[in-house]
Design a protein around this ligand. Structure first.
Ligand SMILES: [Zn+2]
Ligand SMILES: [Zn+2]
Length: 377
């Protein structure tokens, strides 16, 4: 009779494989303990239809060889083994077969997703308070899965600053650029160089987002997500809506100008007076890209961001061609977070004019960092 309880080694292996070593009810890993992570075999092989005549769910009848078959067994943690046996009237055969099938199908499905659909989640928040209030790996995953991609790991790589909320003045931004470059080089670059795509969740002052974009560059498969104030927060919306980007060009500009101002009035309107107030005394031609009603939430899809990049690219090229003596573009940005990163990604170090980035601080624009400042020297 003792032989009747015997589950063969091959059946046990099959069950472990099909369940991927996890409890088929709660999903917990059964090859280590839940408190300390010490490795060991914590699995119980639960019979759906019991071995003994008065055991759980014995109403249905199975032949002896079917009793100890993988089809009649579930890999469970002790807690859920006890649960299904104690409440056998509640956990009936069909229900348990369904739970088992669901779990095992999920294992097969996840392993069937091609590697190229995997993406590395990366976060960047410019101070620790922001990181804490925004950190929610489940929201990032939602956004990624919504794009039919699979997060490579459970937790994102964080490039974020570790310091507290600070005065975001030019000195702070210059100091953050140094730590961002270092964190990027140490944590993100090795991943990108292995050919893994990146899904980016970043909120920071504009110069830092643009800088991060230049590090990601467009040679890697990088996707910055937009932080929406409504809905699923980071997930792109299912919309075909388009945004009309408007270009304001300078009237009869001085084509010998050494500096050209570029205002991006997208998340907010930037008045020209505020820009001219800090420009050199000589007349600086001003370009502006804007939308009808600037706001934080209009970037509902990647296509809307793509259209922004197309517009920006044409203006950057136009400025270079129209102003042969131009030495730098003075950028006054007010962009939703994903566009700032895309602006940096799209910057071409080999051919674009250097960009000096101004940032609004306490209501005043101040010069912060430059990108491409050694171009063409
Ligand atoms: Zn369990
Ligand atoms: Zn049992």
């Amino acid at each position: 009779m003792s032989n009747k309880r015997q589950i063969s080694k091959s059946v046990e292996c099959m069950l472990w494989g099909q369940a991927a070593g996890r409890c088929e009810v709660c999903g917990r890993e059964l090859y280590k303990d839940s408190a300390y992570g010490l490795s060991g075999n914590y699995a119980e092989k639960a019979h759906i239809i019991a071995v003994s005549d008065n055991g759980p769910r014995r109403l249905a009848d199975l032949r002896d060889e079917e009793i100890n078959d993988a089809n009649n067994l579930m890999l469970l943690c002790a807690e859920h083994h006890k649960m299904i046996d104690d409440k056998e009237d509640h956990y009936l055969v069909d229900h348990l077969l369904g739970v088992k099938a669901d779990h095992e199908e999920r294992v097969r499905y996840l392993m069937s997703i091609p590697r190229e659909n995997e993406t590395q989640m990366v976060t960047y928040f410019s101070n620790i308070d922001m990181e804490i209030s925004h950190h929610d790996a489940n929201l990032y995953k939602q956004a990624v899965v919504n794009d039919s991609k699979l997060p490579k790991f459970n937790e994102p790589i964080s490039l974020g600053a570790t310091g507290p909320q600070q005065n975001m003045d030019a000195a702070y931004i210059n100091q953050q650029v140094v730590s961002l470059e270092l964190a990027f080089k140490q944590k993100a670059q090795p991943v990108l160089e292995r050919g893994v795509g990146v899904s980016l969740f970043a909120l920071a002052p504009q110069p830092l987002l643009i800088k991060l974009g230049t590090l990601l560059s467009d040679q890697y498969d990088s996707h910055p997500y937009q932080c929406h104030r409504t809905g699923e927060k980071w997930a792109w919306k299912r919309t075909s809506r388009e945004v009309d980007y408007r270009i304001n060009r300078p009237h009869q500009p001085n084509t010998t100008s050494k500096n050209i101002a570029l205002i991006l009035s997208l998340s907010a309107s930037i008045s020209h007076e505020r820009v001219t107030a800090i420009l050199p005394k000589t007349e600086t031609p001003i370009y502006e890209i804007s939308i009808a009603e600037p706001n934080f939430d209009f970037v509902e899809s990647e296509a809307i961001a793509d259209a922004f990049i197309k517009t920006t690219r044409s203006i950057m090229d136009e400025i270079r061609n129209m102003f042969p003596l131009c030495e730098a573009i003075l950028l006054f940005p007010a962009m939703p977070n994903s566009l700032a990163v895309r602006f940096g990604m799209n910057y071409m170090f080999t051919s674009d004019l250097p960009v000096v980035i101004f940032n609004e601080h306490n209501g005043v624009f101040e010069e912060t960092i430059s990108i491409g400042e050694n171009n063409g020297e």
